[in-house]
Design a protein around this ligand. Structure first.
Ligand code: G4P
Length: 190
């Protein structure tokens, strides 16, 4: 999506060829009106798909998730991060390994908010190795909910998370896919 690609080019900063900082509109200061514009693009891409809930992970996913929930007229649920596994029977949990941070963490979602019959659209700001989305998919499976796709703002196409999820049948709709980023600049997938 050109709107997002242009914003990344004007406001993004590449750190060590690995991390894209987009703190002034997505990860720290949030341009809410801009995220609402992105959400309209996902409404177009998921038109005709039944969606009853948006599911994301705290913290940065919540902003994207809020715009999506407003655009689709459904609730937003966010998985909460815990350092240790939670054996509480009232929650679904998943362990997620973050390559970016080199640590594992657990996320939990109350069983009250993921129900059999739900059609869930996953959402996140970044998709890199896909472990966060895999954790959310596990939670949906345990809750008997159907995953109808994933709405991602920025996919790092040079890591393989997005392509693996697509191969496994998930409809991943990333609005900007970066195939290369270094000191020479950022190259988007066509
Ligand atoms: P994965 O889920 O696709 O496997 O990705 P990974 O573990 O590598 O990413 C973990 C965290 O790092 C996520 O945020 C993700 O949004 C963020 N992240 C990954 N690559 C980038 C990047 O290039 N730029 C920025 N700004 N963030 C990136 P998190 O740790 O869950 O933190 P939060 O910000 O959502 O609280």
């Amino acid at each position: 999506m050109k709107l997002l690609e242009d914003r990344i080019l004007s406001d993004g900063e590449v750190i060590d060829g690995k991390i894209l900082k987009v703190s002034n509109f997505l990860n720290h200061q949030i341009d809410v009106a801009f995220l609402d514009q992105l959400a309209q693009e996902w409404v177009r891409r998921f038109s005709g798909v039944k969606i009853t809930k948006i599911l994301t992970i705290e913290s940065s996913g919540i902003a994207i998730g809020t715009s999506l929930a407003r655009a689709f007229g459904v609730p937003l649920v966010f998985a909460k991060k815990h350092q240790t596994s939670n054996v509480n029977e009232d929650v679904y949990s998943a362990e997620i390994f973050s390559f970016t941070h080199g640590i594992s963490y657990h996320v939990v979602v109350s069983k009250k908010y993921i129900l059999p019959g739900d059609s869930v659209l996953l959402a996140d700001d970044f998709l890199a190795n896909g472990k966060a989305l895999q954790g959310l998919i596990k939670i949906c499976n345990e809750g008997g909910a159907q995953v109808v796709g994933a709405a991602i703002a920025i996919e790092k196409g040079f890591q393989n998370g997005g392509d693996e999820l697509r191969k496994s049948g998930v409809k991943v709709e990333s609005l900007a896919i970066i195939d290369k980023m270094d000191s020479d600049g950022i190259k988007f997938r066509d």
